[in-house]
Design a protein around this ligand. Structure first.
Ligand code: NAP
Length: 307
């Protein structure tokens, strides 16, 4: 069955990834855009979600590509109108609202899919499979990028709910929570917040796996030049390295897998599967770790950030 889908929020990720991946997937037909500011030629356009929901009952599916601060309101409206919902990451601004949406979707009999695009990077699934029977001794995450390059003009990342450097950092945590066989707990964090902003520009987090090994994360938005999105896992069977955001996997120094970015094609293939099976997929564990880092975080004011 083909699903008519509407995109809500026509910003960077909608244009860069959702539009091409929807166009490639025969299970979906892009039927409308909900945007306060932007239109696409030849497509129905609505400035509010409510207008779309009442005007187009044939659209059974929506993809919410807005910032997290408004995700819950939009998702709730769509679910109550009986529509299936795909949530961009992070799935909400709080853990409780994601749990609430999961329950609401179940009550209304619709599919809710909280996406974590980094889990669809080339090396991630193979890393998970390799680690299943290994004794892990340590994990280190280094996620350092240039905020001016990746988030130009995006004021929402600097206000409450925008999560600052956790906006990319949560991608690393979505990989971590997927590939490790056991959960990890936050034990401490240092958050650096520019004196003119409300969210962190850098964070260092310590975790402990429930199996006893340490995990560290170093997130920083001030890295110019080459960008770093690496996860290193030390085990009794050697080193596993996921680099380039999970797209390159090396085991014991040998490249095992690498490939072009097809993360969003993977997301839409999974969404189609969930719809056909009438299932939801809502994992809030990466968001929970961010919330815990905020709760335990030692907040330090640092130099103002001027874009
Ligand atoms: P963006 O370029 O700022 O676009 C977000 C869009 O959401 C805006 O263009 C706006 O579209 C709409 N919107 C609705 N309510 C809004 C509000 N109250 N404040 C601001 N915008 C509002 O952001 P983005 O980079 O696409 O990110 C959107 C989501 O995708 C975020 O959760 C982000 O973490 C996730 N994501 C981004 C990337 C990336 O590379 N940028 C990658 C993966 C995931 P209209 O003007 O059309 O209403």
């Amino acid at each position: 069955m083909t699903h008519r889908i509407a995109i809500v929020g026509l910003g960077k990720i909608a244009r860069d990834q959702h539009l091409p991946s929807i166009a490639k997937n025969a299970e979906f037909e892009l039927a409308a855009i909900v945007s306060r500011n932007a239109e696409l030629d030849g497509l129905d356009h609505f400035t509010t979600l409510d207008e779309m929901l009442s005007a187009r009952p044939d659209i059974d599916t929506v993809a919410l590509c807005t910032p997290p601060q408004v995700r819950r309101q939009y998702a709730e409206a769509a679910i109550r109108a009986g529509r299936h919902v795909l949530l961009e990451k992070p799935p909400g601004a709080t853990v409780a609202e994601v749990d609430w949406l999961r329950k609401l979707a179940a009550e209304h009999g619709v599919t809710l899919f909280a996406t974590w695009h980094s889990r669809y990077a080339h090396g991630v699934e193979a890393a998970r499979a390799w680690l299943v029977d290994k004794a892990i001794t340590r994990v280190d995450i280094v996620w350092r990028e240039d905020v001016r390059r990746w988030h130009p003009g995006q004021d929402w990342i600097w206000i409450p709910g925008g999560m600052g450097v956790f906006d990319p950092g949560i991608n690393a945590l979505s990989i971590l929570t997927h590939i490790l066989p056991a959960p990890v707990l936050v034990t401490g964090a240092t958050l650096e917040v520019p004196e003119n902003r409300q969210t962190p520009i850098a964070a260092k987090i310590d975790f402990l796996s429930i199996t006893g090994h340490p995990v560290t994360a170093d997130f920083d938005w001030r890295q110019e030049g080459p960008q770093t999105w690496d996860i290193t896992v030390r085990t009794d069977a050697g080193l596993l390295e996921l680099s380039s955001g999970g797209s390159v996997l090396a085991i014991a120094g040998e490249t095992a897998l690498s490939g072009d970015d097809t993360e969003y094609d993977g997301i839409y293939a999974q969404f189609a599967r969930l719809l056909s099976e009438n299932k939801s997929d809502v994992d809030a564990s990466p968001l929970q770790l961010v919330a815990d880092a905020y709760m335990l975080g030692d907040i330090r004011k640092v130099e103002a950030f001027i874009e």
